[in-house]
Design a protein around this ligand. Sequence first.
Ligand SMILES: Cc1cc2nc3c(=O)[nH]c(=O)nc-3n(C[C@H](O)[C@H](O)[C@H](O)COP(=O)(O)OP(=O)(O)OC[C@H]3O[C@@H](n4cnc5c(N)ncnc54)[C@H](O)[C@@H]3O)c2cc1C
Length: 525
Amino acid sequence: MSDGVDYVIAGAGTAGCVLANRLSAEAGVTVTLIEAGPPDDDPAIRVPAMVAKAIGNPRQSWGYQSVPQAHADNRVLPVPRGRVLGGSSSINGMVYFRGHPREYDEWNQPGWRHADLWPYLQRLENYEAAHTPQRSRGGPVNVIDIAHPNPLVRRFLDAADTLGLPRCADFNGGDPEGFGPRQATIRNGRRESGVTAYLNPARHRTNLKIVTGALVTRVIFEGRRATGVEIERGGTRSIVKARREVIVACGAYGSPQLLQLSGVGDAAALESLGVAPLLDLPAVGRNLHDHPAASVSVRTANTESYGLSWRTVPRSVRIAAQYLLFRSGPLASNVFEANGFMRSRPEVDRPDLQIIFMPAHRNANGHWLPRGHGYGIIFVNLRPASRGSVTLVSNDPHDKPAIDFNFLAAPGDLDVLVRGFEVARSILSAPSFAPLAGQEISPGIQVRERAQIETHIRGSLVTVHHPCGTCRMGDVVDTSLRVKGIEALRVVDASVIPTVIAGNSNIPVTAVAERAADLIRGKLA
Ligand SMILES: Cc1cc2nc3c(=O)[nH]c(=O)nc-3n(C[C@H](O)[C@H](O)[C@H](O)COP(=O)(O)OP(=O)(O)OC[C@H]3O[C@@H](n4cnc5c(N)ncnc54)[C@H](O)[C@@H]3O)c2cc1C
């Protein structure tokens, strides 16, 4: 057993990396950051276009699956999550999105309105093309416009114009509604993750210790005060003591799992699994929600798309050389380069539907680039009403928790996706795509009636990986992110977010962790 440090942070993902940097910035404050996964040394993590390879590497993923989804043909969905230094920020799609201001306001939590988080959204950013007061430079997270998007992106945006869908020049400039190019967390042609943005600049500090390959098995308590964590590393268990606080940053699946393993959760359910309850807090693990999505895919003989084929071998060689020599070109792109945010119905007050363009053939097998050529659209319900749960299946910390999204349980959730399907079809049928003579391979043009569309959606539904809410602020933690009823224990990550931001979640989590660091350091009331 060590003498202990001031702060023990469990989980070195997006939030954990921010906290490790900000808390250890104060001389004399000692911090230990503990990560279950390995260092982020897989080359696929670095090269933006190799994102499918990074996600598919079992060495750096938890390999979760959902329970059968009752409203999606009882299908078991794959649930990728980073189990590596940097967590999900080391395997994510690198899309940079701050979120619609009203999304934060609707959390309805004092101190967490958009105006409260705005200074942090500004502080974290280094937008290379900064050109408005809404955008900033000098922050740790590097943000770029993709310099040379795939030529199909032009066809996608032209199609949106043809349909009269409005343009949005900067999705991070205040009002993210319309169609346009996305921005990405990439620096010098390489992925910008929590590690590159926050951990690497702090690694040299003697008051910060980073431990990888160590599973946190439970939080330990004296009475109702958290005093450290138990870890398992190389088959041996030991305790790391925290003098000031334990901060749980294990993500939307890992944090409720760890709290429950530590006796904080639904007492009756915990007892039935052989976990001694410390505090009956049934909200732990509830309120799981995420963005459900489905897609329309087209195959074409045209070779404009990202992909590998015999006819494009010379181009592929050129692209590889361009990346190796200059870190530029298609390999320096995160592939999903344009999208639209729109309202599914005129009555809704802000976008609830995302239309993501895929300038590539469907890459079902985790190849680092897809075989063959094609394109398509993923349509996403941004504000789902369905809620699910993360629960223990046993008292063994090695067992994966049961993840139930309960997707499409709320009837209106399917309506938004049906509208998304219609928009996707219209865009892909627009004149700008006609010269490509594409053939719709999923679901196929025979699918036209509402019932057929619903069947396609239920049978192909996926998550786009933005789970939130399982240690919800207000229920499980207070507005200082302290676990209610427990001393010296906070949760800081996607799990505290009450309602998922209508868009990508990495930057909202980063902003939450930035503000949490100020709270912990006593810089805020
Ligand atoms: C495939 C994929 C693509 C995505 N694409 C995008 C995108 O393009 N843009 C975007 O904005 N967002 C994207 N996201 C979402 C975004 O990355 C997440 O919202 C964000 O990383 C969540 O941060 P977090 O700190 O809550 O959790 P994580 O980053 O998941 O971190 C949790 C960390 O805790 C560790 N951990 C868990 N349990 C334990 C334990 N018991 N002991 C020790 N360590 C533990 C994990 O290994 C992990 O490192 C994507 C996510 C995925 C998975």
